[in-house]
Design a protein around this ligand. Structure first.
Ligand code: HEC
Length: 145
């Protein structure tokens, strides 16, 4: 399965997308469920990098409550989604963070990439992104797509 960005490139080519933006609440609910199911084992129930598998990994799982803090308070939605779907790892291999290319399957919704283009984006990937955003401490001072 190809990574999300490749798909995105295909989808953005001039097609007007008719899709529904998921409610923030619904998104973070399912994001929470996905997180508990796939991520908590390493990153810990609260995202602090202290899941049951953490000690057995060569690279410590990142503290996911500090994603924005590590980037000077900026919440980088696309970057986070591309870390999760594995796009970044094609360029920065290594670490023990698994690639979740199954996120490109399932329902697609429009995501505003900030340049006036709405890109079809897997709803589950957006949901996990929105959920991680709610975990940020402190609250991000700025958000970028
Ligand atoms: C097998 C353990 C493991 C699982 C499961 C896992 N991760 Fe990770 N994750 C890691 C490790 C280890 C790192 C640090 C990678 C590095 O430094 O190279 C990481 C890094 C990250 C980062 C980068 C943080 C930053 O500030 O750059 C994000 C975002 C992330 N994980 C999200 C997730 C999400 C969302 C899930 C579930 C869909 C998940 N991870 C599942 C081990 C895991």
């Amino acid at each position: 399965m190809k990574p999300f960005f490749i798909l995105m490139m295909l989808f953005v080519q001039g097609c007007a997308l008719e899709s529904v933006q998921p409610g923030a609440k619904a998104g973070s609910q399912s994001g929470r469920a996905i997180y508990a199911d796939k991520c908590a084992v390493c990153h810990g129930r609260d995202g602090r990098g202290d899941g049951p598998l953490a000690d057995s990994l060569g690279t410590p799982p990142a503290d996911l409550t500090r994603i924005a803090a590590r980037r000077d308070g900026v919440w980088p939605m696309l970057e986070v989604m591309s870390i999760v779907d594995g796009y970044s790892q094609r360029y920065m291999p290594g670490g023990d963070m698994p690639i979740y290319d199954d996120f490109v399957e399932g329902q697609l919704v429009a995501f505003d990439t900030g340049n006036g283009i709405k890109a079809d984006t897997p709803a589950s990937l957006l949901a996990i992104g929105h959920y991680l955003e709610t975990l940020q401490e402190p609250e991000p001072i700025r958000r970028v797509p």
